[in-house]
Design a protein around this ligand. Structure first.
Ligand code: NIG
Ligand code: FE
Length: 427
């Protein structure tokens, strides 16, 4: 691949330059440059602007040129909440839900997260790797260039470490950046269930054994807890996240998805990186988030896939000044989509975010939630050359033409990692 690449022919270059994180009205300012060009060298952006300006840069003359033919160019999507590693779909539960069972009923009868745990424990690492690799190629093909990925389908030392080690390997062997999160507190594993004090004993094991082991091996950057009805309580989440913090793992939390528990307030008190889901938050929670630096990560794929009418109150969060991000929550139980484009469509239509707000939430604010806003999330000089090019002339058409992959080209740190035109792919 050329070390210096000049991309021209952008009908709209949506830079997302501006204040970080984006709050309130600033979310609706995507900063669009027409007839734009971007110059990159050694994986970083060296010039951005009108084509005539960029072409005057000293590096432009010797650069390999790629004309994207009047298409839309965005920063690569940052998907800040996924459960990338899982062994199989749960299509049978999808049918059960269509027939009327709820997600929680299925979970209580031994399905749900536990059914994926049973299968992951038995799955050879090589099989999990093949599956995750295929998904990662699809993430790239849909315009995602960085994703967060959680463990949480192992729930014993061997299987949690197997998952996190696999994430580390995947991060190294393929071009997308993977940010790892330890989610040992996803649900109580079978061997601790049904015994008095079983949940507390599992929390003790996480706090005393598994969290220190994960931190020692530097296998994760974040620690997450599913703090909800039927999962872990606020008190348990506090203990787990404090233990993680003590070992250097930054807290984030699954909050207020199934019921209101107070998990959002805990996230604010702990200065967590993010509180995710938030379908059941209160006005008080919204005010607390707005006063904090905790990113409110909304996952509309869940409400859509579970067939629920209730989505997180995005408009109220934005009006109050909270930092709003969007993510897929890619997982086999509640949101089996890896398309950030689909998430944009859901955010616009179901949560009434404007296309511009949704884009800020899917790029720069998501980068902030992962502590990487200095490197990714916008198209600015010095940042990684991470782009997605869409086969459209107006960025609003990405959510508008829903359910279709518009991604035409994906560039990660200056390298083409996906192209619809095979001739552009590196040989
Ligand atoms: O983010 N809510 C908890 N965890 C996932 C669902 C995991 C599963 O059902 O497998 C979520 O929705
Ligand atoms: Fe999740």
């Amino acid at each position: 691949m050329p070390l210096t690449l000049l991309i021209t022919g952008c009908s709209q270059l949506v830079t997302l330059r501006g204040p970080v994180p984006r709050r309130g009205r600033a979310m609706a300012q995507p900063r669009v440059i027409r007839d734009a060009a971007v110059l990159m060298r050694d994986g970083r952006i060296t010039a951005v602007g009108r084509r005539t300006q960029v072409e005057r840069h000293a590096d432009a003359a010797g650069a390999e040129q790629l004309d994207v033919g009047g298409r839309v160019v965005l920063p690569g999507f940052v998907d800040s909440h996924t459960h990338l590693v899982f062994p199989a779909s749960r299509a049978e539960e999808y049918e059960q839900r269509i027939a009327g069972k709820t997600y929680e009923q299925i979970a209580r009868s031994g399905g749900g997260i536990l059914s994926t745990v049973r299968r992951l424990r038995k799955a050879p690492a090589e099989k999990l790797r093949e599956k995750a690799r295929a998904f990662l190629r699809m993430f790239a093909a849909h315009g995602t260039t960085t994703l967060e990925a959680k463990s949480g389908y192992g729930l014993d030392a061997a299987s949690e470490l197997k998952t996190l080690e696999l994430l580390r390997l995947l991060d190294k062997e393929q071009p997308l950046d993977i940010v790892s999160t330890f989610l040992g507190a996803h649900t109580v594993p079978p061997e601790y269930r049904g015994k008095p004090g079983g949940t507390e004993a599992y929390v003790g094991f996480l706090v005393r054994v598994l969290i220190p082991a994960v931190a020692l091996e530097q296998l994760a950057e974040f620690c997450d807890v599913f703090c909800d009805r039927g999962a872990f309580s606020v008190a348990q989440a506090r203990r787990i996240l404090a233990a993680g913090r003590a070992c250097g793992l930054v807290p984030r939390i699954h909050a207020e998805q199934l019921a209101h528990t107070g998990a959002t307030r805990l996230a604010v008190r702990l200065h967590a990186a993010s509180a995710d889901h938030l379908e059941k938050i209160t006005r008080g929670d919204i005010r607390a988030l707005a006063r904090s630096n905790v990113t409110a990560t909304l996952l509309p794929g869940c409400s859509f896939h579970l067939g629920l009418g209730r989505y997180a109150p995005a408009r109220e969060l934005i009006a109050a000044g909270a930092i709003v991000a969007l993510a897929t929550d890619f997982n086999p139980g509640t949101s089996p989509t890896l398309s950030m484009q689909m998430v944009l469509s859901l955010a616009c239509t179901q949560m009434r975010m404007t296309p511009a707000e949704a884009l800020a939430a899917a790029t720069i604010n998501a980068a902030y939630a992962l502590g990487r806003h200095d490197r990714i999330g916008s198209i600015e000089v010095g940042k990684y050359a991470d782009f997605a090019v869409f086969d459209l002339a107006d960025y609003r058409e990405i959510p508008y033409y829903f359910g279709v992959n518009h991604c035409w080209l994906t560039v990660k740190r200056g390298e083409i990692v996906y192209s619809r035109e095979m001739s552009l792919l590196p040989r």
